[in-house]
Design a protein around this ligand. Structure first.
Ligand SMILES: [Zn+2]
Ligand SMILES: [Zn+2]
Length: 156
């Protein structure tokens, strides 16, 4: 029996998490990995107990939905909440992170960022990752999974 690769496994986990997203604009999932073990995961959603974009609509300021905590931040905050070090870890995220998440990822000590899809990749985010020595790598599924009937395609 063929086993799926680590990259496929962790990226698929992020796409699975994205299915829990509560924002209608973009569904993002993020998985934090250390030594090939998943230590945390997150998706973009409202604060715990808050109303959801899917129920009440997005709260848009300057063309950004500000209701949700981004997937990358939620995953890192899960580590903060439960006291799990993120230093030296890797993150697998479905979409290239926004500027805010970029800085938070760098400051958390995450050293490698794998992402499935380009998403408005900000040049300043790319630059800051490079300056901070965080490796960013776009990966494509060797075998694109079909998760709950949704085909996860990472090709442009
Ligand atoms: Zn929203
Ligand atoms: Zn973000």
């Amino acid at each position: 029996m063929n086993r799926i690769s680590w990259n496929d496994y962790f990226l698929a986990q992020s796409y699975l998490l994205a299915l829990r997203s509560t924002c209608t604009r973009l569904a993002v999932g993020a998985t934090i990995v250390r030594d090939n073990r998943i230590i945390a995961g997150g998706y973009n959603g409202s604060i715990s107990g808050g109303v959801h974009c899917i129920d009440e609509g997005c709260y848009v300021i300057d063309n950004h939905c500000v209701r949700t905590v981004h997937a990358e931040v939620n995953a890192i905050l899960q580590c903060a909440k439960f006291g799990v070090p993120t230093n030296g870890a890797s993150m697998y995220v479905t979409h290239f992170p926004c500027l805010n998440c970029c800085r938070i990822i760098i400051q958390s000590g995450i050293k490698t960022l794998y992402y499935g899809e380009d998403y408005k990749n900000h040049p300043y985010a790319v630059e800051q990752f490079r300056e901070a020595g965080v490796i960013t790598e776009k990966i494509e599924f060797q075998e694109p999974p079909n998760i709950f009937g949704k085909q996860m395609i990472t090709k442009e």
